[in-house]
Ligand binder design. Sequence first.
Ligand code: GLU
Length: 290
Amino acid sequence: MNSPHYIGRFAPSPSGPLHFGSLIAALGSYLRAKQQNGKWLVRIEDIDPPREVPGASSDILATLEAYGLCWDDQELYQSQRTDIYQQQIDTLLNQDLAYYCQCTRKQIGQMGGVYDSRCGQLTTPLTQGAIRIRNTAKVSKFEDLLMGQVAVETGFAGEDFIIKRSDGLYAYQLAVVIDDAFQGITEIVRGCDLLETSCRQLSMNKILGFTSPDWLHLPLACTKPGFKLSKQNYANAIDAKRPQASINAALAFLGQAQVDPDHVDIMLKQACDQFSIADIPQVSEILIEQ
Ligand code: GLU
């Protein structure tokens, strides 16, 4: 069944070059969007400068192009949207749906690891520090197209989480929800490392009055149990000059049939025609050799 209104996305953080793990998220989200006759957008999540590597954004975009993963519309840079994030925070503060918090990690550890909302109950609210949302929605369950019914520990799901850090940086949870709504994303396809955090995004959508997208979380490529392949643990960059082998390796990882080595556009077209969610392994991680 094709949906003319499908809009999907790939949202890399520019903390390093594309590696096999991010290729899986890029390819999986691309094939799903294209099979639905939808749009596939790219958003660069560059709002955490300490974690960013100079040149990584353009490197990621060039690698996507070399793999034939051409996105629709202009790519969006979160670093250009901070005014919007601040406006949303100001609105939430004015509505008393957010509050400042100065609790330390140590204090939160003493609370058992889940923030107990104490700064939100002060008679004289703080005017500095991190900013937390009042999580009035507390969504702890959702339906994932691959993983089925997902239930997240209610303490984590119901926590008043941070939307602006004490160092002044906007939190991923805030920016991702505002931008998914702004870009009209109808379905989010990404790795299982973000499975549980979807509950916070669903809560945020409810609080902000946005329509929530659908979700499809793909298995994560791990080097050993619990260790995802990531830029932080020095995953090898994928080879932009020889995409054919990596495309087939990513398809195999996703349980999909191989495609004939050819020009990337032809390979992706064939992969799209063959793409089947039912064949994706229904597991949160798969071990691979690096
Ligand atoms: N920027 C996030 C990352 O690279 C992904 C965000 C998302 O897909 O929601 O891990």
